[in-house]
Design a protein around this ligand. Structure first.
Ligand SMILES: Nc1nc2c(c(=O)[nH]1)N(C=O)[C@@H](CNc1ccc(C(=O)N[C@@H](CCC(=O)O)C(=O)O)cc1)CN2
Ligand SMILES: Nc1nc2c(ncn2[C@@H]2O[C@H](COP(=O)(O)OP(=O)(O)OP(=O)(O)O)[C@@H](O)[C@H]2O)c(=O)[nH]1
Ligand SMILES: [Mg+2]
Length: 461
């Protein structure tokens, strides 16, 4: 396959002492040789693969030295992309890195699209689709946990399980096929409905297990959408600030200070929260504020968790009770704030309204009770859930939607089989499940189904 040579800056912009400009493609070494000069005048194309070399970049136009660099030469196929790869290690800093990138672009490389190096690793068969997606997740990972999931996926744990499931399905399909096409083959046992059901049920249960891990996986990746709710002036913005440990939201003693929505990411004991501070939900005359209130209602609908803040220094109000009513069926934690002031809230009543949900008391002014709140959030998240790191988490939205479809298909197959539909009709749903699972790892369909059937049975016809 012929490919153009791509180049990109592979390290964060403007950070770090050293930056890398990476090239991949047939002409990577040749392009590098146009601009690289080593002290002994040796060309990179004459160097052994997987070696690194000190020297200077020279602009062929001006013949001036532009940069002092280290250049790695890695020839195909044992490289990240399975193509020839050259990595130019230059001094960090935006100016220097951009100069190097521009130099390689002017000398025959093309700017890579986002993810294109990984895409090539996939196209060249080094990794499958789910592994390629994991590389992306790894780059975006917000917590250690999310990172572990991505690493597992990259090592192919998800792919391995999916392949096992597909293998089980293809075996049953092959079996059915042989029964139909070669009824005279007495030595091939007939695929009976109970046999088919047994395989399909196993596959269904495995898909179900994967999907069960998916909600947790998605949260670990994207953050638990957490809304801070409460009537005006109870300390919502103070809570956000305390959790974020920096003063992002504006805090005042004027009710209605927060007029719009403020969002922050925080990592609480390994649980990433996407914290949303809201304008209190209430009737308001102020137009600006009303827009904020409307948006609050919207984010509330999409929340995974609500932190309902109450003011312990005041008796419960009707508005507080209305808020309890609004979130009745949601995941919430009650935060009774301002415990440093004389308490006038009826805690028994709060407990009754909380209806078994966790309740913590805090003084955000004195930073008291925050630990307990963090503990409550972490407990809620990991409650009854397996924490084991070797669990195969599914967190990619595409994988989740494909798995859901595969589950529907295998359930159809099971239902038909139970209803006495002939085996060769049931196999249509089984084939569909097999194809859908293949989409996760990016396998091609129909053609390979046929190839597989024959490779497994070696019928020699
Ligand atoms: N300088 C540098 N550091 C880096 C990367 C890189 O591209 N450049 N990586 C970028 O993500 C990560 C390392 N990932 C890599 C994954 C596979 C191969 C690779 O060459 N695989 C070949 C040969 C393996 C072997 O020698 O056995 C293969 O799988 O065929 C290289 C890097 C992290 N560190
Ligand atoms: N005494 C005391 N005051 C607090 C505590 N927490 C917050 N406050 C004060 O209560 C006032 C309101 O706090 P905010 O965090 O702005 O309240 P809010 O709920 O965001 O208010 P709105 O955005 O107006 O709805 C500020 O003056 C805070 O300093 C606390 O634990 N104790
Ligand atoms: Mg506020």
């Amino acid at each position: 396959m012929e490919t153009d040579t791509i180049a990109a800056i592979s390290t964060p912009m403007g950070e770090g002492a050293i930056a890398i400009v990476r090239l991949s493609g047939d002409e990577a070494v040749q392009i590098a040789d146009k601009i690289f000069k080593s002290p002994n005048n040796k060309k990179l194309q004459d160097q052994p693969t997987h070696t690194i070399h000190y020297g200077h970049l020279i602009d062929p136009k001006t013949e001036k030295a532009v940069e002092e660099v280290m250049v790695s030469v890695m020839r195909a196929p044992k490289t990240f992309t399975r193509e020839d790869v050259v990595e130019i290690n230059c001094h960090g800093g935006i100016v220097s890195v951009n100069r190097v990138l521009n130099l390689v672009l002017r000398n025959g490389a093309r700017l890579a699209e986002p993810g294109e190096f990984t895409k090539r690793a996939f196209l060249n068969g080094r990794i499958d689709l789910s592994q390629a997606e994991a590389v992306m997740d790894l780059i975006r990972a917000k917590t250690d946990r999310a990172m572990n999931i991505a690493l597992n996926q990259m090592e192919g744990k998800l792919s391995k399980l999916i392949k096992e499931l597909r293998q089980a399905l293809i075996e049953t399909l092959a079996h059915v096929e042989v029964n139909i096409d070669y009824p005279e083959y007495d030595d091939v046992e007939e695929m009976t409905v109970p046999m088919l059901l047994e395989k399909c049920t196993w596959v269904r249960d495995e898909i179900k297990k994967l999907l069960q891990t998916s909600s947790q996986g998605k949260i670990l990746r994207e953050g638990l959408s957490t809304v801070i709710l409460g009537r005006p002036n109870v300390g919502k913005s103070s809570l956000l600030n305390t959790l974020v440990q920096e003063n992002k939201a504006i805090v005042t003693d004027i009710a209605g200070t927060t007029r719009d929505i403020i969002e922050e990411y925080v990592n609480i004991r390994g649980v990433p929260l996407r914290l949303v501070d809201t304008a209190g939900i209430r009737e308001t005359e102020d137009i600006v504020e009303r827009i904020g209130v409307e948006r609050s209602r919207q984010v509330l609908k999409e929340a995974d968790l609500i932190l309902l803040v109450l003011n312990g220094a005041e008796p419960l109000t009707e508005e507080d009770e209305r808020l309890f009513e609004t979130i009745r069926n949601m995941n919430f934690i009650v935060v009774v704030n301002k415990t440093d002031l004389p308490q006038r809230i009826d805690l028994e009543k709060v407990k009754a309204l909380a209806n078994g949900r966790r309740m913590v008391t805090t003084s955000l002014l004195k930073e008291e009770g925050v630990e307990e709140l963090e503990e409550a959030i972490a407990e809620l998240f990991f409650e009854g859930q397996i924490e084991s790191d070797d669990l195969t988490y599914v967190s990619n939205a595409r994988h989740i939607s494909v798995l859901q479809k595969a589950l529907d298909a295998i359930e159809d197959a099971i239902q038909s089989a139970e209803a006495g539909v002939p085996v060769d009709i049931v196999q249509i749903d089984v084939t569909r499940t097999w194809e859908l699972l293949g989409e996760i790892i990016g396998d091609t369909v129909h053609e390979s189904l046929i190839d597989q059937l024959f490779s497994q049975f070696c019928l020699g016809k």
